[in-house]
Design a protein around this ligand. Structure first.
Ligand code: GLY
Length: 347
């Protein structure tokens, strides 16, 4: 018989992250390739439009892509949302733990994982990247490093939204098996008690990639990971080559969705390597999705992963396992930003 621990472990692999939600009235173009000149910034989900606005304050003034993606991630971390920053939903023990990573045009990178009490983990990741020989800190060590470097320690307190969702979740303490399938036929079968009910935009991991006026690429990725995850669980977002990868000769890519699936295929590194061998950003994202689906086609029907990528020439691509994965693009043509829905493997 399967014991409780193993059950929780297996269940956690398919637990839902929270979903991007648009009102039914909102129409979004369904495209997986956007041609763009640079500078350009691309972020995951509808809420990426706000992150892009923070990035555009830098990029639009010919600033560096690295500064732009950090600002994008910080703006997402400062919002109250289900899936990013200290206002996000907690793990199953009631603690909000955050993961973040950043990478620049020189392949410098920094990550923090399983970090608590820090409002802007993305800036801790950058600090680590720029001031130490290391690239990855986790847990108490990451928090200690942050505090030693002047970041404020915020006492543990769930946001009212997170408190409500957690209380609801505790009634059954169950993981659910479907993530971000907003438009799927299965949606009606999926009970997600922690989903926002008011139709307001909601989002998953915030991944942002940018190409600046000098033609340099950078990326940032920030998340609270799976809602109600096992305490200590870390997803793809802080893992360079999984949730984020930048190669200034080729492109930049980031991901959102079930991190375990992305880690198994070194998702964003896979995207960039496919681009190195000539694929467009869209096809490279599609290829990564296909690898996830091929590994376990049945399981793939019940989970969501989305990739976005920018090529060195400014071409943007995206693709997801399920319908409903949106991404925001901001450039000179659309300085206010424009949201698109990626094509997907399953409808
Ligand atoms: N993609 C975010 C996570 O799985 O934690």
């Amino acid at each position: 018989m399967i014991d409780r621990r193993r059950f929780l472990f297996l269940s956690a692999l398919t637990v839902p992250l929270l979903s991007s939600r648009r009102s039914a009235a909102q129409k979004t173009d369904r495209v997986s390739t956007v041609k763009s000149k640079f500078p350009v910034v691309v972020s995951t989900w509808d809420s990426g439009i706000r992150a892009n606005a923070a990035a555009w304050n830098v990029l639009g003034k010919k600033g560096r892509a690295l500064d732009a993606v950090e600002q994008a991630a910080r703006s997402a971390e400062d919002e109250i949302s289900c899936c990013v920053g200290l206002g996000a939903y907690p793990d199953r023990d009631g603690f909000v733990t955050l993961d973040a990573s950043i990478m620049d045009e020189f392949a410098n990178c920094g990550s923090v994982a399983f970090v608590r009490h820090i409002k802007n983990p993305i800036s801790v990741a950058r600090k680590l990247m720029e001031t130490t020989p290391h690239v990855f800190l986790a847990g108490d060590g990451a928090e200690q490093f942050a505090i030693q470097n002047g970041f404020e320690r915020i006492p543990e307190k769930l946001s009212p939204e997170a408190q409500k969702a957690y209380k609801e979740w505790l009634k059954k303490s169950q993981y659910k098996s479907v993530i971000n399938i907003e438009n799927s036929k299965k949606r009606s079968e999926v009970i997600t008690p922690y989903r926002f009910d008011d139709g307001s935009p909601n989002h998953d991991t915030m991944g942002t990639i940018a190409l600046d006026a000098k033609g340099n690429l950078s990326g940032a990725c920030t998340t609270s990971g799976m809602a109600f995850k096992i305490h200590g669980r870390v997803g793809d977002s802080p893992i360079i080559g999984s949730g984020l990868f930048v190669d200034n000769e080729i492109g930049a890519a980031t991901s959102s969705g079930v991190g375990e699936e992305v880690i198994r295929i070194c998702g964003t590194h896979t995207v960039i390597e496919s681009m190195r061998h000539g694929m467009t950003p869209e096809n490279a994202c599609r290829e990564a999705v296909e690898r996830i689906v091929k590994r376990d086609p049945e399981k793939a029907k019940t989970l969501q992963v989305g990739f976005i990528a920018i090529g060195k020439n400014g071409k943007v691509g995206a693709y997801s396992v399920q319908k409903g994965f949106t991404y925001a693009v901001t450039n000179d043509e659309f300085p206010e930003g424009k949201v698109y829905e990626a094509e997907s493997r399953f409808e």
